[in-house]
Design a protein around this ligand. Structure first.
Ligand SMILES: [Zn+2]
Length: 218
């Protein structure tokens, strides 16, 4: 019993320390990649969230997480600079990992697809299309808010930060666009992005969450 109480205190302590660091885009990238996995009836669901965050968590190659398109609408603002040269580093990564996925087998296919999905969904974020943005006031604020709605499985929201808005309904078309790029596999379903959690899986989700928090600390 004493061990249990000790264990619980450590756990709660870790949650308090761990939440902010493990928060923002992770759940959003995870939810988007999970829909892709479900739609293709992939059998690697348990690792999809982790894999979809590999570029941020392991590669940390932030230089590749943007697409700059000078033909794309870009309002002038003191919070960011519009790109003056085309540079599609993220899209190149998408193609690179999809090409690798096509050569792989079993869950390795899905690991590469999940990584590709990360770069793809980054290109859909305004803050990954502009330069020298105010990170804390605009970019981080934006991603954190979106992430907390996704984490809470909320499907009715609009998030605005520094004059740039996104709403829940914009997310599904991004997934469909990404799915169209996976030409070498057959799509089986078209599931909703946010799936209601069943009571029985709540505990499993809690365990996954605890593991992620512990993983983000060590
Ligand atoms: Zn990223």
């Amino acid at each position: 019993m004493r061990f249990f109480v000790f264990g619980m205190s450590v756990l709660i302590g870790l949650m308090v320390i761990g939440s902010p660091a493990s928060a923002w885009w992770n759940d959003t990238h995870g939810a988007l990649a999970e829909k892709v996995c479900r739609d293709f009836n992939c059998s690697c669901m348990n690792e999809i969230i982790e894999w979809s965050n590999i570029p941020d968590d392991k590669f940390k190659d932030m230089i590749n997480h943007h697409d700059y398109d000078i033909n794309k609408d870009c309002p002038e603002s003191r919070y960011w600079r519009c790109p003056t040269e085309n540079d599609f580093k993220a899209s190149q990564k998408v193609q690179e990992f999809l090409d690798t996925a096509e050569q792989e087998e079993d869950c390795s296919v899905w690991k590469n697809i999940a990584i590709a999905s990360h770069y793809f969904f980054d290109t859909k974020v305004f803050w990954h299309n502009v330069q020298d943005e105010d990170y804390f006031e605009c970019h981080k604020e934006f991603e954190e808010q979106v992430n907390s709605f996704i984490f809470e499985k909320d499907t009715d929201w609009t998030v605005c930060s520094c004059g740039i808005c996104v709403n829940y309904d914009e997310l599904t078309p991004w997934v469909l666009e990404f799915e169209d790029k996976i030409g070498f596999l057959d799509k089986v379903y078209d599931t909703t992005l946010i799936v209601e959690i069943e009571e029985t899986t709540l505990f499993e989700q809690f365990i996954v969450w605890v593991k992620r928090i512990i993983g983000s600390i060590f």
